[in-house]
Design a protein around this ligand. Structure first.
Ligand SMILES: Cc1cc2nc3c(=O)[nH]c(=O)nc-3n(C[C@H](O)[C@H](O)[C@H](O)COP(=O)(O)O)c2cc1C
Length: 195
């Protein structure tokens, strides 16, 4: 064995979604965020397009993000679908985090690689981020409210019309016990074709 597989397995299986309301107030320091993002860059990428781009909100950037998310939700949601709970969550979640990362896919001009594959590459980058966070004892939360897919979000993030925001990734130390999860066993999720 070239690497420590049992440690790798632990990190993969203990990677957990933890929402900002379950974060402690402990700050996630910049060096850790930089390490997490540097590992993101090592995701696979078809044609080496490296389509990921990260807008990192910290300090005074946090209320800017919160106000944008909540305000845009209110502006874009028909009255009959609007819920105060959702509005409050969008306004609160960034403020309960010390770092929130808008994860973006930058579309290359040539459009040679299929958009789906560019999105897949960025999703792989997020997994690298989340696994690295796990190694630091950090929870992550990939949040994808519908408004992230709108032109308003692209404009807020200075993205081009063909770029996409895939989510806001929050990072934080859990304030309580590390959560447990489960998965359906492999036999339900795979077929082996032998002849
Ligand atoms: C593309 C993507 C988008 C997600 N968006 C949301 C979201 O908007 N809200 C949410 O509660 N969880 C979101 N999640 C996180 C899932 O809820 C979470 O991964 C799932 O519950 C499994 O928990 P675990 O990550 O701890 O294994 C998202 C996950 C992915 C991969």
């Amino acid at each position: 064995m070239k690497y420590n597989l049992s440690e790798l397995r632990e990190i993969i299986r203990n990677r957990r979604t933890i929402k900002p309301e379950d974060f402690s107030a402990r700050k996630v320091h910049k060096e850790i965020v930089v390490e997490i993002l540097n590992n993101a860059l090592w995701a696979p990428t078809h044609g080496m397009t490296q389509p990921w781009f990260f807008k990192v909100f910290v300090e005074e950037g946090i209320p800017r993000l919160a106000d944008f998310l909540a305000g845009t939700y209110k502006a874009q949601t028909p009255t009959e679908q609007f819920t105060q709970k959702k509005y409050d969550q969008l306004a609160a979640r960034p403020r309960l985090s010390t770092v929130a990362i808008a994860v973006c896919m930058k579309r290359q001009d040539s459009e040679k690689v299929a958009e789906l594959e560019e999105i897949e590459a960025v999703a792989c980058a997020v997994q690298n981020m989340h696994l690295t966070a796990t190694a630091y004892g950090l929870g992550g939360y990939w949040s994808s409210p519908a408004l992230i897919y709108t032109p308003a979000m692209n404009s807020f993030l200075d993205l081009g019309a063909k770029d996409r925001c895939l989510g806001v990734f929050y990072l934080g130390y859990p304030k309580a016990e590390w959560p447990q999860s489960h998965r359906r066993p492999l036999e339900y999720q795979s077929d082996w074709i032998e002849k």
